[in-house]
Design a protein around this ligand. Structure first.
Ligand code: FUB
Length: 308
């Protein structure tokens, strides 16, 4: 067979970055539960060449090997929050007491600006319903009066069962959550010493350290800080990831699965219409140094290998 014909008939390669090629996916938040990775992502729906976010629903994929991803029916639409107007922006799902809590940024319908809602389900793949019937955080509750500072929630439960919510654009806010996961348990605080903090906080724990990674500057890179306590003080440690190809934003989640640490992020690399408003989720490895600091992520086209 001539080489050109062979190339035409060769099966499409599986794996590689971006990991989802059939839809544009953004703001990945990964959850490991019972031997499966659940990937929750925003859905970039803006038709080319529109240069704005069009996002009405969130998407869910699952995998047991980090390479083969099964798409589930969309488990959450912005319409599930009756008080919200639109904009299914960044989110994170966390498990507690047999339930799954989904923290999501949306545009509020009556309080000007972005807000955080929380939805709940008995299953990681939903369907999810509004857990409160009102926003957990509104723009009126935080000190910055820019309309988009209350976005990008990340949630973490420490070893004593205390849940923490971190979020924010321009300001990195945090607050404790009550055990019911749907109410604040104390004041809203700020982390004030993160250089060039833009948005997209993600909290994780490893090696006896807490890590607070976040998007810095614009176009965004990912930087991080470390602390021995989830309430800080946080010590800035530098950059973790460079600008992700063809995307002004960079939004990460970090998980351990079957003995490896993974850095899950988005870029704008799908030809021909990708870019900052048609983004795609990618996965690469993350490695630690002996002192607990993290090595700079190497973003690759090949992505990660399948694990058993
Ligand atoms: O997807 C909309 C916004 O873009 C997110 O909230 C930010 O983190 C950035 O990725």
């Amino acid at each position: 067979m001539p080489a050109a014909a062979a190339a035409q008939t060769a099966p499409a390669p599986t794996g590689g970055n971006p990991i989802i090629k059939a839809k544009y996916t953004a703001d990945p938040a990964a959850l490991v539960h019972n031997g499966t990775v659940y990937l929750y992502a925003g859905h970039d729906e803006a038709p080319a060449p529109e240069q704005r976010y069009v996002m009405h629903e969130w998407l869910c994929y699952s995998s047991t090997d980090m390479v083969t991803w099964k798409e589930h029916p969309s488990p959450l639409n912005v319409k599930a929050f009756a008080w919200a107007k639109d904009d299914a922006w960044a989110s994170q799902v966390i498990a507690r007491n047999g339930k799954f809590y989904w923290y999501a940024a949306v545009e509020h319908g009556s309080v000007p600006g972005k807000a955080l809602g929380v939805a709940v389900s008995d299953s990681p793949t939903g369907p999810f319903k509004d857990a409160r019937g009102s926003a957990l955080i509104t723009n009126a509750m935080t000190e910055s009066k820019i309309s988009w500072d209350d976005i990008d929630p990340t949630v973490f439960i420490d070893g004593k069962g205390q849940a923490y919510l971190y979020w924010g654009n321009t300001n990195c806010y945090w607050a404790k959550l009550k055990p019911n996961m749907t109410e604040l348990d104390g004041p809203i605080n700020k982390v004030t010493n993160l250089p060039a903090y833009t948005e997209a906080p993600w909290v994780h724990r490893a090696n006896g350290w807490y890590y607070l990674s976040y998007a810095t500057g614009f176009p965004e890179k990912i930087a991080y800080a470390m602390s021995r306590s989830i309430e800080g003080p946080w010590e800035y440690k530098g950059l973790l990831n460079e600008v992700a190809g063809n995307s002004n934003t960079n939004h990460q989640s970090i998980i351990d699965f079957k003995g490896q640490t993974y850095f899950v992020y988005h870029n704008g690399a799908i030809n021909t219409d990708g870019g900052s408003f048609r983004r795609s989720v990618c996965i690469d490895y993350l490695y630690y140094n002996k002192d607990g600091t993290m090595k700079r992520v190497a973003m690759t086209s090949e992505g990660v290998k399948a694990v058993k």
